[in-house]
Design a protein around this ligand. Sequence first.
Ligand SMILES: *[C@@H]1O[C@H](CO)[C@@H](O)[C@H](O)[C@H]1NC(C)=O
Ligand SMILES: *[C@@H]1O[C@H](CO)[C@@H](O)[C@H](O)[C@H]1NC(C)=O
Ligand SMILES: *[C@@H]1O[C@H](CO)[C@@H](O)[C@H](O)[C@H]1NC(C)=O
Ligand SMILES: *[C@@H]1O[C@H](CO)[C@@H](O)[C@H](O)[C@H]1NC(C)=O
Ligand SMILES: *[C@@H]1O[C@H](CO)[C@@H](O)[C@H](O)[C@H]1NC(C)=O
Ligand SMILES: *[C@@H]1O[C@H](CO)[C@@H](O)[C@H](O)[C@H]1NC(C)=O
Ligand SMILES: *[C@@H]1O[C@H](CO)[C@@H](O)[C@H](O)[C@H]1NC(C)=O
Ligand SMILES: *[C@@H]1O[C@H](CO)[C@@H](O)[C@H](O)[C@H]1NC(C)=O
Length: 856
Amino acid sequence: MERTCTRAASGTILFLLLWWCLSFLSMADVIYRPTDLFSISCGSSTNFSTLDTRNWTSDNHFLSPTNPSVAAPSLTPSTIEGPYTHARLSHSPFTYSFPLTPGPKFIRLFFYSTSYQNFPRSLSSFSVQAGPYTLLHDFNASLNADADDDPSHPDILFKEYCINLQDADKLNITFLPSTTDSYAFINGIEIVSMPPYLYYTDPDDSTEQPQFVGTMTTYVVESKFALETMYRLKAGEHTISSSEDTGMLRTWDADSKYLETKSEESIEFKNPTNLSFTKKIPNYTAPDQVFRSVRNMGRDASINMRNNITWQLTVDSGFTYLLRLYFCELNPSVDEAGVLRFFIFIHDQLATDWADVFMWTKQWGVPVVKEYVVIISENPKKVNLSLKMHPHPESIIQDAQINAIEIFKISNYRSSLAGPNQDPPLQTAVVSRQGSNKKKGASKKTLTAVTGTVFGVLLLSFIVTFFFVKRKKNIGIESKKVGTSRRDVSSSLPTNLCRHFSIAEIRAATNNFDKLFVVGVGGFGDVYKGYIDDGSTTVAIKRLKPGSQQGLNEFMNEIEMLSQLRHLHLVSLIGYCYESNEMILVYDFMDRGTLRDHLYGTDNPPLSWNQRLQICIGAARGLHYLHTGAKQMIIHRDVKSTNILLNEKWVAKVSDFGLSRIGPTGSSMTHVSTKVKGSVGYLDPEYYKRQRLTEKSDVYSYGVVLLEVLCGRQPLLRTVEKKQVSLVDWAKHRHEKGSLGEIVDPALKGQIAPHCLRKFGDVALSCLLEDGSQRPSMNDVVGVLEFVLQLQLQETAHSDVVWESGGDYESSTTEDMFSSSHSNSSGLNSTSYGNKESDRLISENVFSELKDPKGR
Ligand SMILES: *[C@@H]1O[C@H](CO)[C@@H](O)[C@H](O)[C@H]1NC(C)=O
Ligand SMILES: *[C@@H]1O[C@H](CO)[C@@H](O)[C@H](O)[C@H]1NC(C)=O
Ligand SMILES: *[C@@H]1O[C@H](CO)[C@@H](O)[C@H](O)[C@H]1NC(C)=O
Ligand SMILES: *[C@@H]1O[C@H](CO)[C@@H](O)[C@H](O)[C@H]1NC(C)=O
Ligand SMILES: *[C@@H]1O[C@H](CO)[C@@H](O)[C@H](O)[C@H]1NC(C)=O
Ligand SMILES: *[C@@H]1O[C@H](CO)[C@@H](O)[C@H](O)[C@H]1NC(C)=O
Ligand SMILES: *[C@@H]1O[C@H](CO)[C@@H](O)[C@H](O)[C@H]1NC(C)=O
Ligand SMILES: *[C@@H]1O[C@H](CO)[C@@H](O)[C@H](O)[C@H]1NC(C)=O
């Protein structure tokens, strides 16, 4: 997100502004004096100052004499004052080298996207590397400038980062063109020191660490991370310019344009209460103005109670974000804890239900900053991170308030902060470009817009058709439910979204059910690998043993469920065949078989810890979608490691919906409560005992899978010592003793960072709590596992310190433990609950309980 870096100024008001600025300067208290301060104007040969009090110097001292870049003036002068008269440009990489003291620094980059001599505007595309960190990757400046339609700084792009220089005394910043045809450029670079623990977490102070939203844990912003400032907003309509900051030249933007509803008000407290800074929040944290202007909801309690005060802040997906929320109580009518208490939601998750500034500070005028960390999951597009606040019903004044918001992107495990480029602008860009001095792209853009419109119409008609078809299909299902019997199958099966195969097609696909094509065998029948559409598509074909009414129910159930569901992490049903007494289901083929095939009792090479985490996250997302994403909640009822399949790219897909139910109030409940179904070793004891089915039963079974993944053994092993028979009991026991590390799969030795192991253990065992209501939701599980993966990736990217046979856990018995559990789980022939057949299945056992009660 580009923010205004300088204010527009021209002609006669320039003098007035200068006068005002200088008079202000003499009054301003510069509280913090940075040890390093460089503002360089790239490509410029002179030194000059700007109204924002920056003293720009030429960049000659910071380039090596042999560098390939050239300096050039911009062909169109910028209307904005700053380092924009010249740029440094090159078709090959060039590097700036700054002499710096160790410690945290701001790095600020200033770009003016225009044409320079011999460098046309649209050909810039480059990456920027600062020390070990990637700040920008294949950054197309013209594209980003066009997407940013803020008229206050046309074609100016501004980026601010924080990095922590460990002990090096030089920082190299390198600009790398993306291709030989494109070029890299830069107009200005600024480096400013900041106090040690302003944004990084103080490792010696464990009292106030950022809270990781959605979990009970905290997060440490470690000095090895780089940060990118996404937003620095203060309440109100006015910005605080860099010259009015406490000495670090930060700009504080107005929050008003990010508010979803504009009814909220901002108040300036000019009362005489002095601000009392603390050791935790010293006076350089933010200018006084920040703490004296507050945003709240308005005054009418009844309206406040019906609304959230909401900011929508667009960010890149797939990163972790740090939110710093600034508060200060200066309202004389708030004189006690409990008078003004509110909720804070971040990204629609509850961050706190007890925000009460007076309770935190015990007096007026004490600034306080609360920090939260949230992961924004991978998404093809940019997403909005929302911050919402809402009055607590027990609060005396029913309102919510805040002074300022900062949002930082945290570098990922590749030490990168680079997000994708902005989406190319469509029609709106054409309008805003008209009348501007850049006519060259206009006709091309109009063409793009026309193409876009045509495409849009086509897309729209496609969507309409899709919904029409979907509606028809739903009506089909509805009417089927009204009908009492399911025997009349062929007329009621959905034929629109799900394909119908003739038995002849299936025979052709499987070479007439050739035994050579069998990839799985189970109590219900065989699974074949087959080829349809003239061999162009590989599919898995499940042929049910004919003739059973119950098999028919589950056949119907699976078609009904799966044809309604489409998700990356659910196996897709391509079609079915119900003909000549055959019940056949056709799925996407999953090249790598079941998760269990890669955990134990197999010749496959062991999965790495990161692969396992990714698979667990995928499966958890699939289950989360089942529970919340469809029209009605769907409970899988048979989550286990053989029902999680892997495609050739190791993407996990939940399969086997033969037992799934719409829950928890579905019409089939009476039937469910009379007969508990599921697989032995995975069954939720609460469901088993009370026969009450909720989505938390899936959470329990999923917890068992997490333990299988961690320990590489079956849920139940009959041949081991009694206390080790049940993996769940055994893991609970070890976890309580703090020695979960001892039962970790030996194949994972040396791969797991110690605190990842702890967090993973915590989440697995919380899924396995006796009381279903205490178990996390699948959404929470996804959050924690993503967090564990990020931790793990960061850990392994930055150091070699990972869990080694026991690690910080006691390690004496590790080896014995591993050898006993491993030798037993590896033999398919060993007597155990898992049977030989099921271990080989590609898509397991929905129907096995009919023929093979041992498997359940
Ligand atoms: C510009 O400023 C730098 C650093 O303060 C100084 O070394 C240099 O001599 C100045 N150049 C000119 C042309 O004044
Ligand atoms: C720029 O130079 C002036 C005059 O020496 C000084 O007052 C001001 O603080 C400098 N600006 C910055 C940002 O250091
Ligand atoms: C940058 O984006 C613009 C607009 O999409 C495109 O026309 C141009 O070719 C891109 N430049 C490079 C170097 O990729
Ligand atoms: C920085 O760049 C200079 C020359 O461009 C090079 O000599 C030096 O080794 C680099 N330092 C680091 C830490 O990469
Ligand atoms: C605020 O501080 C000033 C100067 O330190 C002092 O004169 C004044 O009395 C203080 N005001 C209050 C309300 O404490
Ligand atoms: C800021 O705080 C420091 C230490 O607490 C103090 O020495 C300094 O005078 C304060 N500066 C201002 C401008 O209040
Ligand atoms: C994000 O929020 C802004 C402002 O409320 C809105 O204009 C935009 O459409 C939203 N974007 C997404 C992806 O929801
Ligand atoms: C406020 O936002 C939260 C989180 O998205 C939501 O759960 C809640 O229902 C909203 N409250 C109101 C009154 O809109």
